[in-house]
Structures are given as structure tokens and as C-alpha cells.
Write a protein that binds this ligand. Structure first.
Ligand code: HEC
Ligand code: HEC
Length: 227
């Protein structure tokens, strides 16, 4: 425990050059990077940083003790390419933000894997299967908001099986939340953005799956010209 809190203290204070990783960030840059990954990009929906965050993925405060700088940079840039099959979506963000977050965690901010971010998403277009892989950890297999990670979140995951709530949501709203994540919809950033890894067809399959879980449709006004 002491070891871990020390690593955390170092990571959070920006004095991150202990191991042969990237240049340390200034305290200001560290604080900014921490805010970005916590409040904007939803990394803490799945990962824990110190005491905060989810339990679907390895802890981030000490990732530098397990992975080298190039690995850390590569998985943040393009998870599916670095680790095929990993249930981590590629989070779209400006290069400057990606560099900051990467360096906070001990990655090499300058690293490039040379590929455009166009790795084909997993080809599956079965809504139920996609939901099990990507969503059930928080929302629960049957959409009751009771996935194993639900208790580790500051805001309860939406209950997709709840017809009263879901019938108030147009399909477009569901689509946009899945595509762009909670933060852009003024909801909790712990709802990750999946549009960097899932195709429009896959996102539509997920919206249809949510409709089958709630056995409901969106509001009547929203149903014309559904995507
Ligand atoms: C939907 C859940 C999810 C989200 C959101 C997510 N990750 Fe991950 N991440 C994972 C999983 C699962 C793994 C483990 C992959 C594996 O090794 O199989 C992982 C692995 C990692 C690793 C390597 C950890 C290790 O010990 O091998 C880093 C670094 C990382 N993620 C950073 C981030 C950052 C930064 C963000 C936000 C921009 C983020 N992740 C968002 C699920 C997620
Ligand atoms: C790391 C946990 C986590 C994962 C994984 C996750 N979600 Fe969420 N999701 C949340 C949380 C938390 C909320 C509630 C946000 C709020 O109300 O502020 C939410 C909200 C939503 C909403 C908004 C519902 C509404 O009331 O408008 C939709 C739609 C949604 N999630 C779909 C999905 C889908 C589809 C997946 C899988 C591709 C998924 N989520 C994966 C945590 C997660």
C-alpha cells in the first residue's frame, strides 16, 4: 500500500520521472491532465486512478510500473490495434490532450504508431453481443443498471430496461450518447464515448438493443426520420 500511494503521490504531483519514462509534467500540466481523464474523457468510468474510478480495467496510477512508455502511448492512441479484443474504446481527443494524458501516465507523449486511427472496429453487428462486451459491465446484461462496475461509479448507470425513462429518449439522443459519451450530453463523463471504436452500424444496433430491453420506442415526435 505504501508503495502504491507513493507512486500515486508522485504521479499526481507531476514528479513522474522516477522510472525511465517521459519528461515530468509540470504540476499545472499534471493537474490539467488528471482533470481531462477524469471529467472529460471518461477514462475513470473503467479505470481507477488513486481512490477514484471504475473496476473494469487495470489501475492507471501505477501503469508505469507494469508497462513501458511506448506501450502506454500506443494503447491510449489505438487500443484495438495494440491489444486486439481489449474492451477499451479508442477515445477521440485533440492531440494536445492525448499527449498530456499519455505523459501523465508515464507514456511517451511523442510516440506515434504511424497509423491513421482507422483500425476497423470489431465486425460484430449483433446488438446483444456488442452490449455484453462493451456495456454490461456498467449497465448490466439485462440493462437494469446493475453491472459489476455500477457501484464504483459516482452516478448510477442508466437503466436501459426502464421503459418510463427510455421512452422519453429519442433514438438520436441514445445514439449521440453512445457515440460521443456522457460529457458531451451534459451527463456523467463516466459514460465513455464509443464512436472511436464502434461503427455507426454497430451503434445503431446498440440503440435497437436498448429498445428491445425497454420494450419501448422513443417519443412520437422523434420517430420520423429516425437514423
Ligand atoms: C470502457 C472501458 C475503458 C475506458 C473508458 C478506458 N479504458 Fe483503458 N483499458 C480498458 C481495458 C479493459 C484495458 C485492459 C486491456 C487489456 O490489457 O486487455 C485498458 C488498458 C489501458 C491501459 C494499459 C493498462 C495496463 O496495465 O496494461 C492504459 C494506459 C489505459 N487503458 C488508459 C486509458 C485512458 C487514458 C483512457 C481514457 C482516455 C481509457 N483507458 C479509457 C478499458 C477502458
Ligand atoms: C464505465 C461504465 C459505463 C459503460 C462501460 C457504459 N456506460 Fe452507458 N452510462 C454510464 C453512466 C454512469 C451513465 C449515466 C450518465 C448520467 O446519467 O449522467 C450512462 C448513460 C448511458 C446512456 C444515456 C441514457 C439516458 O438516460 O439518456 C446511454 C444511451 C448509454 N449509457 C448507453 C451505453 C452503451 C450502449 C454502452 C456500451 C456500448 C455503455 N453505455 C457503456 C456508464 C457506462
Amino acid at each position: 500500500m505504501i508503495g502504491r500511494s507513493l507512486v500515486l503521490a508522485l504521479a499526481l504531483s507531476g514528479a513522474t520521472a522516477t522510472i525511465a519514462h517521459a519528461q515530468p509534467l509540470s504540476p499545472f500540466a499534471s493537474a490539467k491532465a488528471t482533470t481531462l481523464l477524469r471529467d472529460k474523457y471518461g477514462c475513470l468510468g473503467c479505470h481507477r486512478l488513486g481512490r477514484d474510478g471504475g473496476q473494469l480495467a487495470p489501475t492507471l496510477h501505477d501503469v508505469r510500473t507494469r508497462r513501458d512508455a511506448a506501450y502506454i502511448a500506443a494503447i491510449i492512441r489505438n487500443p484495438q490495434q495494440r491489444r486486439p479484443g481489449a474492451a477499451m474504446p479508442r477515445i477521440r481527443m485533440p492531440e494536445t490532450d492525448r499527449t498530456l494524458i499519455t505523459r501523465l501516465l508515464g507514456g511517451d507523449g511523442a510516440a506515434r504508431d504511424g497509423t491513421a486511427p482507422t483500425t476497423p472496429a470489431p465486425a460484430d453487428t449483433n446488438g446483444a453481443a456488442l452490449y455484453r462486451t462493451w456495456c454490461a459491465g456498467c449497465h448490466g446484461i439485462t440493462g437494469r443498471g446493475d453491472g459489476p462496475n455500477a457501484k464504483a461509479l459516482p452516478v448510477p448507470p442508466a437503466r436501459h430496461a426502464d421503459a418510463a425513462t427510455m421512452s422519453q429518449r429519442p433514438d438520436d439522443t441514445l445514439y449521440d450518447t453512445i457515440d460521443g459519451g456522457g460529457a458531451i450530453m451534459n451527463r456523467s463523463a463516466r459514460m465513455p464515448a464509443f464512436g472511436g471504436s464502434l461503427s455507426p452500424t454497430q451503434i445503431r444496433a446498440l440503440v435497437a438493443h436498448i429498445r428491445s430491453l425497454c420494450r419501448c420506442a422513443g417519443p412520437a415526435w422523434s420517430r420520423d426520420g429516425a437514423r
